[in-house]
Design a protein around this ligand. Structure first.
Ligand code: NAD
Ligand code: UGA
Length: 458
């Protein structure tokens, strides 16, 4: 079959895989190829056991794979054969040298730019899908045109706003698609080519076009604002605990103001995920680079509150359980950074697990999707941890349960059955406020929600 256009995506991760599967599904006349340097990932994408768990994704991959969606390790061939190249490689926080712990590590990104330059034999539209510091497109342009081979490259910024666990729905019904370009004839033409792809399923009014620097920056700012809401509500959760106010009531009252909205106001043990922390730190680094220390301090506070919330959760467990956790058995309900994903990157559960082991507790971790990642994350301390998928077996013999992830399955459990098998007195620390606290108290648990008064039998 002759395709209208060939699209390539470099980076077959949490963004590259789902976004390209959606494009292939919605645009049958385009050939979409996804490449990666990691061959085992490509083998998985080509199998029945795709490398990420995302509700609804496998069905779309199955419907398109081998028709107009292909996964491959041949990056050079992909570059040569495609007119539009999305780049969605990882951009983690730098761990070395200048900016370590703050700035984005752009080595994977730059390697990709050089590979595109070396393999390209015809004009290309390059689409930044990864989240990048503002003005990265300029660096990309410079790499692609040094030396000048006469081939034109038009760079677009098209940041991705999907959230894990809801990626398919987010991609299918996005709040908006943002496309930034240079205001040159070439830039505007490239922008039109990308708009044309999205108009296959996204209403025109939801496709926002803008200049390239504002687009790059908007992605960092969107994540910073989302994370800031969580830190804001979490900062108030501690005040609620001191004053007998109830964080759910406060969030409800505040969220009904239509200027604020009710979403993203759930108090938690802390936000996790691969992006919030790294993107805020990237923003902080950019502000410091431009000498804007007051602005940098403001945004850094969002991360500081998140660290505080995780530590405060552990200290609350410690003081509640008579100031010693040594030898006690604690069951973590959930390890994924949020529900409906197996991803554990930056999960608050990693921090909590490590701190509890430091206090010499024994841990049992249960999670319907994330146990394999949990074992990898905690491999250095795994002699003190059991990983058990069945929550009833996991909680048996434990002194306490700590809810780390808001999986629906946890609120539907038979807690009477769980209670009878636990060591007494037994405690529940609900780091997501998903359980029926009154009921648990009636059963006999001592219940410690977030941002609400504890319910205790002594
Ligand atoms: P990921 O680690 O899951 O995937 C990145 C992939 O790129 C990996 O498979 C890696 O092997 C591959 N890669 C690295 N260098 C390569 C190279 N030179 N050539 C070919 N492949 C290469 O990362 P992700 O979660 O998909 O995130 C990618 C980008 O998207 C990041 O900038 C992130 O901030 C952004 N983002 C992520 C999400 C999310 O929900 N995870 C959402 C929006 C934006
Ligand atoms: C987030 C953004 O929501 C996406 O728009 C963005 O594209 C993505 O980051 C990215 O750039 O990587 P994601 O991290 O997948 O998506 O998931 P979220 O739903 O945003 O949750 C992030 C964390 O905040 C989770 O740990 C979640 O449990 C926590 N959270 C969320 C709360 O603690 N309270 C809330 O009210 C909402």
């Amino acid at each position: 079959m002759k395709f209208k256009k060939n699209i390539l995506c470099i980076g077959a991760g949490y963004v590259g895989g789902p976004t390209m599967a959606m494009i292939a599904w919605k645009c049958p006349s385009y050939k979409v190829t996804v490449v990666d340097i990691n061959p085992s990932k490509i083998v998985q994408w080509n199998s029945d056991n795709i490398p990420i768990y995302e509700p609804g994704l496998y069905e779309i991959v199955k419907a398109t794979r081998g028709k107009n969606l292909f996964f491959s390790t041949d990056i050079d061939k992909g570059i040569r054969e495609s007119e539009i190249i999305f780049v969605s490689v990882n951009t983690p926080t730098k761990t070395f040298g200048a900016g370590a712990g703050m700035a984005a590590d752009l080595q994977y990104w730059e390697k990709t730019a050089r590979q595109i330059r070396n393999s390209a034999e015809s004009p290309k539209i390059i689409v930044e899908k990864s989240t990048l510091p503002v003005r990265t497109a300029l660096a990309m342009e410079r790499i692609l045109t040094s030396p000048d081979s006469g081939i034109t490259f038009d760079i677009l910024s098209n940041p991705e706003f999907l959230a894990e666990g809801t990626a398919v729905n987010d991609l299918q019904n996005p709040d908006r698609v943002l496309i930034g370009s240079r205001e040159t004839p070439g830039g505007l033409k490239a922008r039109e080519a990308l708009v044309e792809i999205y108009t296959h399923w996204v209403p025109k009014e939801k496709i926002i076009t803008s200049d390239i620097w504002s687009t790059e920056l908007s992605k960092l700012v969107a994540n910073a604002f989302l994370a800031q809401r969580i830190s804001s509500i979490n900062s108030i959760s501690v005040l609620c605990e001191k004053t007998e106010a109830n964080i759910t009531e406060v969030a409800r009252a505040v969220g009904t103001d239509s200027r604020l909205g009710s979403r993203f106001l759930n108090a938690s043990v802390g936000f996790g995920g691969s992006c919030f922390k790294k993107d805020i730190l990237n923003l902080v680094y950019l502000c410091r680079y431009y000498g804007l220390d007051v602005v940098a301090d403001y945004w850094e506070g969002v991360v500081r509150i998140n660290e505080y919330q995780k530590e405060r959760f552990v200290l609350n467990m410690l003081s509640t359980m008579f100031n010693t956790l040594a030898g006690k058995k604690i069951c973590l309900f959930g390890f994924a950074f949020k529900a409906n994903t197996g991803d554990t990157r930056e999960s608050p559960a990693i921090y909590v697990a490590r701190r509890l082991v430091e206090e010499r507790a024994e841990l049992v971790i249960t999670d319907p999707r994330a146990l394999a990642n949990a074992e990898t994350d905690l491999s250095d301390i795994k002699d003190r941890i059991s990983f058990i998928e069945d929550p009833y077996r996991a909680a048996a013999g434990c002194d306490a349960i700590a809810v780390m992830t808001e999986w629906d399955l946890f609120s539907g459990l038979d807690f009477e059955r769980i209670y009878t098998k636990m060591s007494k007195p037994c405690f529940i620390f609900d780091g997501r406020n998903i359980l029926d606290h009154e009921r648990l108290f009636e059963i006999g648990f001592n219940v410690f929600p977030l941002g609400k008064s504890a319910l205790k039998h002594f």
